[in-house]
Ligand binder design. Sequence first.
Ligand code: PBG
Length: 346
Amino acid sequence: MPDTKRSDTKHSRQPFGQYPRIRMRRNRAEDWSRRLVAEKVLTPADFIWPVFVKEGGAQREPVPSLPGVHRLTIPALLKAAEHAATLGIPMISLFPYVSREMKTDDAREAYRADNTIGKAIRALKKAVPEIGIMSDVALDPYITHGQDGLERGGAILNDETIEVLIKQALSLAEAGVDVVGPSDMMDGRVGRIRDALDAARFQRVKIMAYSAKYASNFYGPFRDAVGSKSALGRADKRTYQMDPANGDEALRECALDIAEGADMLMVKPGLPYLDVLARVKAEFKMPTFAYQVSGEYAMLKAAAKNGWLDNGKCVLETLMCFKRAGADGVLTYSAIEAAELLKKAR
Ligand code: PBG
């Protein structure tokens, strides 16, 4: 490699690179020119909208730690999904609110055919067939202790959990789900779920693997929304979710999920993990998604509420940053707001 600093001294009249001949600001000078040289575009087709579904009570129930986010009944969900589809959002991701009485130690509600998510998928497929439907494969909303898998003697059981996850994935597929998202981080679950789906003739069902999912403190408001926070108490998920210190390990997780049959990969959380996202996209060239998680959403909303930030502008900036880092799309609670802003800007 030539030593650029030393070779610069040959042109001693230009000690600062090639200025004034080269001016980076020229291309930034006008709006049309900025648009012309933009490397990435952000469109509503980049968004996956996570929605919390519940049965009974008010149509829309606010989640206090996620200002602007509501748990929706199925009729309210149908209206919201219709609106999302009209805005050009390709997919929604459904999460259940599960009341305490429905939670058990074996999470059997997770695969009951007529559970909240099953009903929601069937209703959506009839009412809004043009939008894709994803839902999580993980036990946390349905299990007494709020962990993503079965527990015995303080340990989260890997292989026993997979058997339940398979039942859950099949019940989602039966209801008509398009994409299952294993968010549980058990080893080997992607392959086992793929085999089970194929054996039951659900070859069409895609798997978006939560491949690089970190044991993050930014999931707090989500756990409020699905009602697993008080169940989880002070426990954490560090024996199965990844250590924030590790980047290389994320590549191994992704390689395994690809080998096991994942159609799409996910890195989660979002902004603090853009380095991981960029490495995963560069390494595997897979359809790769980022999850801008509940805590990230809540931080921006809280600052905006205080008048310290412009929420809309910051949201659009963060979403563009995901694109720049290599994401093909982003799961974001701001999907509707962002899509509406993009529409207005057009
Ligand atoms: C559950 C799940 C979580 C999220 C998505 N699926 C929480 C967790 O693992 O505890 C987090 C999403 C968010 O914070 O927005 N397996």
